[in-house]
Design a binder for this molecule. Structure first.
Ligand code: SAM
Length: 258
C-alpha cells in the first residue's frame, strides 16, 4: 500500500504492469498511474505524455506535491511521437478510445521497437479493434497479444489487454490448440467480439460482461430501428446478429457447459 488510491479501472491496469526500468503512460492526465507505480517500485522511472498543456501543468503540481517530480518526466505531445527508440520498456495507453490507441501504435511503434517491449492497453471503446490489431500486426512488431482481463468500474465494463515480449510481460498466451478450440466453439461472430483470451483465462467477469454488452446492443437495435434509415436498419441487423451469438455463449457459461 502506498497511500494513493486508484479507481478499479486503473487499479486493474496497474496490476498487470510488469516490473520495468522505464514506463511511459500515454494520455497520463494528472499522472496518477505513474505516481502509483513509482511508489510501488514497479518502475524505476516514468514518462507521462499528455497532449494538453493545461492538464500537464496540473500533473506537474501533483508530482511536486508527491515528491516524485525527478522520477517522472512529463512531455507535451501526441502519443508515442515524443519518445526515442529504446527509451522505454513498458508502454501504457489507458483511458482513450480503441481506434485512437491503434492509430498511435501503428504510427510510432515500428520506430520504438529496438528493445523488448510490453504493452498494457485499456481502451475506452471498441476493444475488439485493439485486439484485432495486436493479432494482425503485433507479432511483426514484437508485441504479440498475450492476455486480457475485464474490470468493472461504476457499472461499466472495461478490457485490459497485455501484449509484447513474454519475458518482460510475465504472462503467456494460450496455446494454438486452445485458441483453435475456443474460436471454434465461439463461432466467427462471437469470436470477433470476445476474442479467445478472456475464455482461455476463465475471466470471472465474462458472464456479467456478456449480459451488459447484450443490453447495450439491444439499446442500439432499438435506436437504429426507430431511425428507419437503410443504414440504421443494417446496423440494427448486425447488432441483433451479434446479440444472438452472445446470448448463445452466455447460456453455455450459465449452464456450465462451456
Ligand atoms: C480520459 S483521460 C485518461 C487519463 C488516464 N490515462 C486514465 O486512464 O484515467 C485521457 C487523457 O488522454 C489525453 N490524450 C488524448 N489523446 C492523446 C494523445 N494523442 N496524446 C497524448 N495525450 C492524449 C487527454 O488529453 C486526456 O488527458
Amino acid at each position: 500500500m502506498n497511500g494513493l488510491r486508484l479507481p478499479p479501472r486503473l487499479a486493474a491496469v496497474a496490476e498487470v504492469v510488469p516490473q520495468c526500468r522505464v514506463l511511459v503512460d500515454v494520455g497520463t492526465e494528472r499522472a496518477v498511474l505513474p505516481a502509483f507505480l513509482l511508489f510501488e517500485g514497479r518502475c524505476q522511472r516514468a514518462i507521462g505524455v499528455e497532449r494538453s498543456a493545461n492538464v500537464l501543468r496540473e500533473a506537474a503540481a501533483e508530482l511536486d506535491a508527491l515528491g516524485l517530480r525527478d522520477m517522472c518526466e512529463l512531455r507535451l505531445g501526441d502519443g508515442l511521437s515524443v519518445l526515442e527508440p529504446g527509451e522505454v520498456d513498458v508502454i501504457v495507453i489507458a483511458g482513450i478510445g480503441g481506434r485512437l490507441t491503434v492509430r498511435l501504435l501503428e504510427r510510432d511503434l515500428p520506430r520504438l521497437r529496438s528493445r523488448p517491449l510490453a504493452l498494457v492497453l485499456q481502451p475506452m471503446s471498441e476493444p475488439e479493434l485493439v485486439r484485432r490489431w495486436l493479432e494482425t500486426s503485433g507479432h511483426r512488431l514484437g508485441v504479440a497479444p498475450l492476455a486480457e482481463r475485464l474490470v468493472v468500474d461504476a457499472g461499466r465494463y472495461y478490457h485490459v489487454l497485455v501484449a509484447g515480449d513474454q519475458t518482460i510481460a510475465g504472462t503467456a498466451p494460450p496455446s494454438p490448440e486452445k485458441r483453435a478450440e475456443i474460436a471454434g466453439r465461439l463461432g466467427a461472430t462471437a469470436a470477433g467480439e470476445l476474442g479467445v483470451y478472456l475464455l482461455s483465462a476463465g475471466d470471472p467477469l465474462l458472464a456479467g460482461y456478456i449480459g451488459w454488452r447484450r443490453a447495450s446492443l439491444e439499446h442500439l437495435v432499438q435506436r437504429a430501428a426507430a431511425g428507419g434509415s437503410p443504414a440504421g436498419v443494417r446496423r440494427a441487423m448486425s447488432a441483433r446478429r451479434l446479440e444472438r451469438a452472445l446470448a448463445r455463449i452466455e447460456n453455455l457459461l450459465r449452464d456450465k457447459s462451456w
